[in-house]
Design a protein. Structure first.
Lengths: 113, 109
């Protein structure tokens, strides 16, 4: 059984640029949730995708968007990057919508300069 | 925004000692509370999902209790070992996970 994987591991972007982060869900899971962890804080919920549809969104601006593909992998896109977007981005997969039994990937560390 | 708080923020424990720390959360509309263990450079690992008031769960030397009426959960580590060094996160489940900032445990050999 393959766990949750994320790519890339690290990346550095310049303010104003756009970035795409990728997540492959655990085998058999149809739901992916994305979280942002800023320094010194717990992970904050960005949004969730369930069977290719957005299924809940946290308090993040529209420049944070996502996609889920038929194989249930997912992308997180952030436009017009700001310095405060520097954080660890985690994805988690689960068997169904909601928050039960989420399995996390190792995260992508984004630095915006 | 749900207020989930963990205390202390960090603690240092001598190998062999036992320790515990707290997660507090809103006591209304409770569905479930999750505990995760997160080692540096690894993925957060699920420890417990707690749903019922008075729940006690155990995994090896780690155990947790739940009080939904007063809105808190304790996590206990018995006989701490260096491999227990990690950040322990709790998360309140209201259809999404709302995390606390974590308690970072460092076990000194």
């Amino acid at each position: 059984e393959t766990g949750v994987t994320q790519s890339p591991t690290h990346l550095i972007k310049t303010r104003g640029q756009q970035v795409t982060l990728r997540c492959s869900s655990q085998s058999g899971h149809n739901t992916v949730s994305w979280y942002q962890q800023a320094l010194g804080q717990g992970p904050q919920f960005i949004f969730q995708y369930y069977r290719e549809e957005e299924n809940g969104r946290g308090n993040f601006p529209p420049r944070f968007s996502g996609l889920q593909f038929p194989n249930y992998s997912s992308e997180l896109n952030v436009n017009a990057l700001e310095l405060d977007d520097s954080a660890l981005y985690l994805c988690a997969s689960s068997l169904s919508g909601g928050a039960y039994e989420q399995y996390f990937g190792p995260g992508t560390r984004l630095t915006v300069t | 925004i749900l207020n989930v708080e963990q205390s202390p923020q960090s603690l240092h424990v001598q190998e062999g000692d036992s320790t515990n720390f707290t997660c507090s959360f809103p006591s209304s509309n409770f569905y479930a509370l999750h505990w995760y263990r997160w080692e540096t450079a690894k993925s957060p690992e699920a420890l417990f999902v707690m749903t019922l008031n008075g729940d006690e769960k155990k995994k090896g030397r780690i155990s947790a209790t739940l009080n939904t009426k007063e809105g808190y959960s304790y996590l206990y580590i018995k006989g701490s070992q260096p491999e227990d060094s990690a950040t322990y996160l709790c998360a309140f489940n209201d259809y999404k996970l709302s995390f606390g900032a974590g308690t970072t445990v460092t076990v000194r050999a």
